[in-house]
Write a protein that binds this ligand. Structure first.
Ligand code: GLN
Length: 426
């Protein structure tokens, strides 16, 4: 449907698709026939924003096996079932610097390095609660559906082929059993692991799943809370440090948003508070990451300054103006705007100090233009207000939206009303 404003995001994705569809290099995985026979021209991109709007380009609605991207969601479920500390008694939280299928266990503990390589993901499967492999698989499947916001099919063929080709994963499981980090049955655990790899998704699903992480565990399309904010953060932390296997460090340097790739050529990346992106293209580099998906993310990050550690907008100065002499009644006015976060509060405090400097008894604090008050900022603001009230100052909060973010002497909806309030005091 054409709209007045167009879809600038889809336009960017379409251009990226055009630019990169000719990019050669890499090889499809040959680990199972379904992957070896995959259509290597498949190339799709989708982006889901925090308001649940999905923009896409190319083969964004074609289904493929999710493979290793599932590991991020199984980790989320294990965390919610067992808690962070118990999960990490069995699996580490360090990048392995090795290939996804490496046999790398910590010498003293026998733990695999992290939950996003095969060994770690297999242990994570055993930490998901449920009576038997089927129930655990069903719960992982259901979590992935909740993140995608729709029912996802299971591909029996992929699963059977994965079982046929599971020698190395079984070897890893046996090895971990002998080291003590895996206590469950090998067959059951491998079944759960291979089932999660065999769920079909599109890039629109992947974008929505990534956006659910980026939105602190709330699926922006359905509005459902799927996991806690803390778990979403743990998952993104692990993706940031370990999601791209032995390319994870360079990925953070070049792209800078938490990501997870899979052997089918899929990739998710989550920009906290901003968007989730899903990309697929089957040809892989020697580390097992999709050549075109990596290139697409690198170009996007470079053009739009997407690095998660870039200066966040909320850390810019937020004091719009402040004045000491306003009325006959000695009042000072401080107007703030934008996001009130920890980093911006010092400026606000200085401005309050300045306007009350000459013995003004009333502080008019205009929060009308404030978009968001972070918990830390809200607490700082409240303690400052309490401090002022104790020193016989009065504090009038202006907020047209009536958010009642802090407790003060009075709440008004406009500066004009604040002026009237102050006049009444004289
Ligand atoms: N099923 C694949 C395996 O276990 C998943 C690996 C991947 O996607 N990197 O080898």
């Amino acid at each position: 449907v054409p709209s007045l404003t167009g879809d600038p995001t889809a336009e960017v994705l379409r251009r990226l698709h055009d630019d990169l569809r000719g990019l050669e290099g890499g090889e499809k995985s040959t680990s199972i026939p379904s992957l070896a026979n995959a259509d290597e021209t498949l190339f799709g991109l989708a982006l889901c924003s925090p308001d649940g709007y999905v923009s896409s380009a190319g083969d964004s609605e074609v289904e493929f096996g999710i493979q290793s991207i599932s590991k991020a969601f199984t980790y989320a479920l294990a965390l919610s079932d067992r808690g962070r500390d118990t999960v990490h008694e069995h699996v580490g939280a360090e990048p392995s610097g090795e290939a996804f299928s490496a046999i790398s266990l910590e010498a003293e503990t026998g733990r695999p390095d992290n939950p996003l390589i095969n060994a770690g993901a297999i242990v994570t499967c055993a930490l998901v609660k449920g009576a038997g492999a089927r129930e655990r698989s069903a719960r992982i499947h259901a979590l992935m559906e909740a993140c995608a916001g729709r029912e996802l099919s299971f591909d029996e063929t992929i699963y059977e082929e994965e079982q046929e080709a599971s020698d190395r994963n079984r070897a890893l499981a046996h090895f971990m059993r002998s080291a003590g980090s895996l206590t469950d049955d090998v067959d059951d655990t491998i079944e759960v692991y291979l089932r999660q790899c065999s769920v079909l998704v599109t890039t629109v699903d992947l974008a929505t799943m990534a956006a659910t992480l980026a939105c602190g565990g709330v699926n922006p399309v359905t509005g459902d809370r799927v996991m806690s904010g803390e778990i979403a953060r743990h998952v993104m932390t692990m993706m940031a440090t370990c999601g791209m296997y032995d390319y994870s460090g360079e990925w953070m340097l070049r792209v800078g948003t938490p990501a997870k790739s899979g052997v089918s050529g899929g990739l998710i990346t989550a920009s906290p508070g901003q968007f989730g992106l899903g990309v697929v293209s089957p040809r892989l580099d020697h580390r097992g990451n999709s050549v075109r998906a990596v290139a697409a993310c690198e170009q996007l990050a470079e053009r739009f300054d997407l690095h998660a550690l870039a200066l966040p907008a909320g850390s810019l100065p937020v004091v719009r103006e402040h004045e000491e002499t306003w009325l006959e009644v000695a009042a000072g006015v401080v107007t703030v705007q934008g996001d009130l976060v920890f980093a911006s509060m010092q400026g606000v405090l200085r401005a309050i100090e300045e306007v009350l400097d000459e013995g003004e008894t009333i502080l008019v604090l205009d929060l009308d233009r404030v978009t968001r008050i972070h918990t830390v900022a809200q607490q700082i603001l409240q303690s400052v207000i309490d401090h002022l009230l104790e020193r016989d100052r009065r504090v009038v909060i202006v907020d047209g939206a009536g958010r009642n973010a802090v407790t003060a002497t009075a709440h008004v909806v406009s500066l004009a009303e604040a002026r009237e309030w102050c006049d009444e005091q004289s």
